[in-house]
Design a protein. Structure first.
Length: 412
């Protein structure tokens, strides 16, 4: 039986996430890191909105084209914990700039590739950039802002993850509709170069050792593996991340064909609808942010239940343009709060092991994205496309009781 009980009240779990109400003094540096997070996550999710035209141009099925999401996700899942364990002595600014340049190269190669194998090779490099950048950047807030502002700064940085899901993909879809899918990859490459410049200019030098802060503590592989074994809250959070993100991306990886084939949405409306999804997601991020700081357990339970309900409704009644459009907006509203709610959980769960916890969470998050795209591709090719909606609903609904129960006290 899985032991997912978490010691302490829900309020105690949230206390660490609520720290940092003070004013940010390292605002430009935090903004540069946030731009970097937004850039790599947008690059990872880029194929979601381009799946149909990219598959047609590369002469593969949409299920096979979904490997463009799976490959970087799997590589990032491995890279995130390995990077935090192996580069403890390196300057963080230098590493982040190098990883962003790698992201630029990967995206620009994808933009000109004429065969899926070349795209996947470039996406493998992108996975290294994603995992390394996210894992290192996620623990930088204590080194960029005063102690009172750490919670707020971390929330801002991880807001880049939400923004990538809810704005990056729709914006890329609009660009692809007007100029072609390759230009969307080219734009991601140029944005990566811009982010690299911002990081080099705005970040101070950040030596890997000797700062004395938990975020900069050397994290060996043995210590990294031990953290979820000795910390129940971390273990519960990783399980929630796996279920929620995998369930979401089982369906969201195929949002474009679901809209056009199942909901009969005209191609001309796709960009506008996905932008609407993005705006709804930002609203969900704002709504969940304040609530997650007070009660991450209840917030995550509500998010899981809402996601599952929307996916079930999309399967049952989302076969018209009006219903599909309305449910897409509700989908964005529900998923927009996932990243900030999960981050609130992990900030409170391991405040003294911030970089290690971040590396593990990033690894599981990226693995879940890859699993969602991979597991969704199988039924999408073999069965009716709407099977991905049922599979996604099952996983997200399963996360609801985990979230609801994992914040309660239990005897050790």
């Amino acid at each position: 039986m899985l032991d997912i009980q978490v010691k302490g009240s829900d309020r105690e779990v949230a206390r660490g996430a609520a720290r940092g109400a003070g004013r940010l003094s390292g605002g430009p540096a935090v903004a540069a890191v946030t731009l970097g997070i937004f850039t790599v996550m947008t690059a990872e999710l880029l194929p979601v909105g381009l799946l149909t035209p990219a598959a047609a141009d590369l002469s593969v099925t949409e299920g096979t084209a979904a490997l463009m999401v799976t490959v970087p996700g799997l590589v990032a899942a491995v890279a995130a914990p390995l990077v935090t364990a192996r580069v403890a002595g390196a300057d963080r600014r230098t590493l982040l700039v190098a990883l962003m340049v790698l992201s630029a190269v990967a995206n620009l190669v994808s933009a000109v590739a004429g065969h899926l194998a070349v795209v996947l090779a470039a996406r493998l490099l992108l996975g290294l950039a994603i995992g390394g950048f996210w894992a290192l950047a996620g623990g930088l807030a204590p080194r960029l802002v005063p102690a009172a502002a750490v919670g707020r700064a971390t929330a801002v940085v991880f807001g880049g993850v939400s923004a990538a899901s809810v704005l990056g993909v729709p914006a890329a879809t609009v660009l692809a509709e007007r100029a072609g899918w390759r230009w969307a990859f080219a734009a991601a490459g140029l944005l990566s170069l811009l982010a690299a410049t911002a990081l080099r200019t705005l970040l101070p030098r950040l030596p890997g050792r000797g700062t004395g802060s938990p975020a900069s503590r050397a994290t060996g592989l043995r210590a990294l593996a031990a953290l979820p074994r000795r910390n129940r809250r971390v273990r519960a959070g990783l399980l929630l991340t796996l279920a929620l993100v995998t369930g979401h991306f089982l369906a969201y990886s195929f949002v474009r064909p679901l809209l056009t084939d199942h909901a009969r949405v005209p191609e001309a409306l796709l960009g506008a609808l996905l932008l609407g999804y993005g705006l709804a997601g930002l609203a969900g991020n704002l709504l969940a942010g304040s609530r997650a700081a007070r009660s991450p357990r209840r917030t995550l339970a509500v998010i899981a239940a809402a996601l599952g309900a929307v996916l079930l409704a999309a399967f049952a009644v989302g076969d018209t343009t009006a219903a599909g459009a309305g449910l897409l907006l509700l989908w964005g509203l529900a998923y927009g709060g996932v990243s900030v709610a999960l981050q609130s959980w992990f900030m409170a769960a391991a405040p003294d092991d911030l970089e290690a916890a971040t590396g593990l969470n990033v690894g599981v998050f990226c693995l879940a994205i890859a699993l969602g795209a991979l597991l969704g591709g199988l039924p999408a090719d073999a069965y009716d496309l709407t099977a991905v909606l049922l599979a996604g609903a099952a996983l997200t609904l399963a996360a609801a009781p985990v979230a609801a129960l994992s914040g309660r006290n239990a005897p050790s």
